[in-house]
Design a protein around this ligand. Structure first.
Ligand code: CIR
Length: 269
């Protein structure tokens, strides 16, 4: 099985011209510049291609301003895909084309059904554990349905407050190393992990001053990190050197205004 740290395929979806109408936790200080967001997103896609991933680009849907955040629409592990029932009503429908595409690619798909809701941004798979954030987008029923679809893995739910998704404040650097932000929300999530699961006995934990920087993408020997967070970058550079990984920096500033990050713009398997 291609586990999520060495994917061969990336599915991405273009960033629509209607992107400025996307959902945002807070109104950005400066409005989103859609053409800049599109160019940052194109660079992201180009980077995946240049690292050798078979990259499938799905057209944007102008009626779905958040459709580029494709990670939320599905959770893919091995040859199975759980198709989300998205937590935000405004985003429902994004998953329809994605399900078809994943089926065309030979994956077996399973739908999360109401009353369950689930966003892929709340799911972190480390190769061994399936961590699911219970957030304003993902509820207990959605999490339980996901656990039934991927019943081979140990499953842990963690409450998420003050951040959009679980992966808004953390991600996996590799199978043994987790990155966490240091905001109050990130610290609370870490504490909940410790109490429930004794996380730091099972993973090396690296804390970064910026939550956004704690969302990275590991693609084989390369790590994609977000440009613009110099303090976090220093720590990530050290870690990459220690782990023999090459860093690639990507500027996602316009997507961050919409609470986006690196993981949210692709489905990798
Ligand atoms: C939303 O609020 O749903 C989008 N504006 C951002 C989604 C980001 N998704 C992710 O990090 N997985």
């Amino acid at each position: 099985m291609n586990h999520s740290f060495n994917p061969k395929v990336a599915v991405v979806r273009n960033l629509p011209n209607s992107f400025a109408d996307c959902l945002k936790m807070n109104a950005p200080r400066n409005p989103i510049q859609v053409s800049v967001a599109q160019s940052q997103h194109r660079h992201y896609i180009q980077t995946l291609k240049s690292l050798g991933l078979n990259t499938i680009v799905i057209p944007a849907d102008e009626t779905l301003p958040d459709c580029c955040f494709i990670e939320d629409t599905a959770v893919v592990i091995g040859n199975k895909a759980a198709i989300s029932y998205l937590g935000a009503t405004a985003r429902r429908g994004e998953e329809i084309l994605i399900q078809k595409e994943l089926q065309n690619l030979g994956l077996e798909t399973f739908n999360i059904k109401a009353p369950g809701t689930l966003d892929g941004g709340d799911v972190l798979f480390t190769g061994k554990h399936l961590f699911v954030g219970l957030s304003s987008r993902t509820n207990e029923s959605g999490a339980r349905q996901l656990a039934e679809i991927f019943s081979d893995f140990e499953f842990v739910t963690i409450p998420v407050e003050g951040s959009l998704h679980l992966k808004s404040v953390l991600s996996a650097f590799d199978q043994k190393t987790l990155l966490f932000g240091e905001s109050a929300s990130a610290k609370k999530i870490f504490q909940a992990f410790e109490e429930k699961f004794q996380l730091s006995k099972k993973y090396e934990i690296i804390f970064l001053p910026d939550d956004s920087a704690a969302n990275v993408l590991t693609l084989g020997s390369h790590i994609l990190i977000q440009d613009g967070f110099p303090k976090s970058e220093e720590i990530l550079l050290d870690l990459a050197q220690r782990k023999n990984k090459k860093i690639v920096k990507i500027n996602m500033q316009e997507l961050i205004k919409a609470d986006g990050a690196l993981t949210c713009c692709s489905l990798l398997f």
